[in-house]
Design a protein around this ligand. Structure first.
Ligand code: LLP
Length: 419
């Protein structure tokens, strides 16, 4: 359940009519419900309360300061993949001990930043990275807490672009290489082995892939025990899917129970890195219809949001439900909902059956809280849109709409082009 609902044919976010926000803020804009974000975290956290845990929200899903602060205040930790995310996280109030750092391409500056701050754990994805972390920690006179990210070769049955736990993916190390990594890490002076990590993919809507991954991680932990390597943290990553259309992902409680059941006899702290499941259905993208256009084979609804604002349909062929912000029960049509960008891949929906709309109408692109704004760009010199958060009948702009000056900020003319 989320807090976007219709009352007398008008879409509300909590109790605020979306059309009123649009009138004041302009379109397009992302809109987040505070109550939904809070409840999603609480449901997740309650589901895992039967086991020692650290829930590290995956910043990449949505790293707006207001969203990060909200989760930090609720006692959440943070999963990061870059120095920029560490910066954002610290600024929003996460303490470094609640931060875990994954990613195949951490650079020296980023590693140093994380070492200086004293994060909880580096999830190491290659042997060269392990050596680099050891070197940098030595130079900074630190000891880096590390987990090795194991690639369990499990098929998460999701879109190939967001599957990460297969042998052919660039992520983590297979079991044998991981064991070798642990052996080497134990000899290193400036790393401390504290965990085993994995993340098999995103938008996973079945329970089996998680169970399979957990089995291989358990086997790894037992092998490590035999090598007298005792770890504190088992990081299961993120990946639990949400309902965009008719997917039926396991409920959070079932997902949690099956993990807890398998871990109950191991004395470990469970780390999780949920992203989409916390924020996906807590946000929408509101856009205005500019024109309607009928081709000989298609109806086009041209809206003011494009692929640069929400890239998921273009990149993954992802489905997002589209609702009228004011439902006037017009006749059904089949149409492509497209943006103003000069590419045929600029669509938000293809062959969608929906209520007819006219120029000026508002549409809500649903389930856009995760991997929406964060993946947006300035392509075609389109200013990035505003982000708004509603809490208890009030709305707040949490990211101003960019203007034309923002578009050229930082660009300079070399001397030979100056007048
Ligand atoms: N941990 C790691 C190491 C990750 O790489 C990811 C996501 C997460 C946690 C969070 O996964 P989640 O719980 O959100 O599934 N842009 C794509 C999704 C890419 C996910 C990348 N990694 C999309 O729009 O579907």
């Amino acid at each position: 359940m989320h807090h976007f609902h219709f009352l007398e044919n008008t879409l509300l976010c909590e109790d605020v009519p979306v059309k009123e926000i649009a009138a004041k803020v302009g379109t397009p804009f992302y809109l987040y419900s505070h109550a939904t974000l809070k409840r999603h975290f609480q449901v997740f956290s309650t589901a895992f309360s039967g086991i020692e845990n650290l829930i590290c929200y995956s910043a990449k899903a949505n790293s707006n300061q207001a969203i990060l602060r909200l989760f930090a205040d609720l006692g959440c930790g943070l999963d990061i993949v870059s120095g920029g995310e560490l910066y954002r996280g610290l600024k929003a109030g996460f303490t470094p001990e609640r931060v875990v750092y994954s990613g195949v391409g951490k650079n020296t500056d980023e590693i140093d930043f994380a070492l200086r701050e004293g994060i909880r754990m580096f999830n190491v994805e290659s042997l060269v990275e392990l050596e680099l972390i050891n070197d940098r920690a030595g130079l900074l006179d630190k000891r880096a807490p590390i987990a090795i990210r194991v690639n369990p070769n499990v098929d998460p049955k999701t879109h190939p672009y967001i599957s990460t736990g297969l042998k052919k993916n660039k992520f983590g190390l297979d079991a044998e290489a991981a064991l070798d990594g642990y052996r080497r890490a134990m000899q290193m002076e400036h790393v401390e082995v504290v965990g085993v990590a994995c993340h098999i993919g995103s938008q996973i809507t079945e329970a089996d892939p998680f169970e399979e991954a957990l089995k291989s991680l358990k086997a790894m932990i037992l092998e490590l025990k035999q090598m007298s390597i005792h770890i504190k943290y088992l990081d299961m990553g993120g990946g639990l899917g949400i309902t965009y259309a008719d997917e039926t992902p396991p409920p959070i409680e079932a997902y949690a129970d099956s993990i807890i059941e398998q871990l109950k006899d191991l004395d470990l702290t469970l780390v999780l890195e949920p992203g989409r499941v916390l924020v996906g259905n807590a946000g929408i993208l509101v856009t205005r219809v500019l024109f309607r256009k009928s081709g000989s084979v298609k109806n086009f609804i041209i809206v003011d949001a494009g692929m640069n604002d929400l890239m998921r349909p273009t990149l993954y062929n992802a489905f997002h439900a589209i609702e009228p912000v004011v439902n006037s029960h017009k006749e059904l049509i089949v149409a492509d909902v497209v943006g103003p960008i000069c590419e045929s891949s600029d669509f938000l929906a293809v062959d969608r059956s929906m209520g007819s709309v006219d120029g000026g109408d508002l549409l809500a692109i649903m389930s856009a809280g995760a991997y929406g704004y964060v993946m947006s760009s300035n392509y075609c010199s389109r200013p990035r849109v505003a982000e708004v958060m509603v809490k208890e009948g009030q709305f707040h702009i949490v990211k101003a709409r960019e203007n034309y000056e923002d578009l050229v900020r930082g660009e300079t003319l070399p001397p030979f082009l100056e007048a």
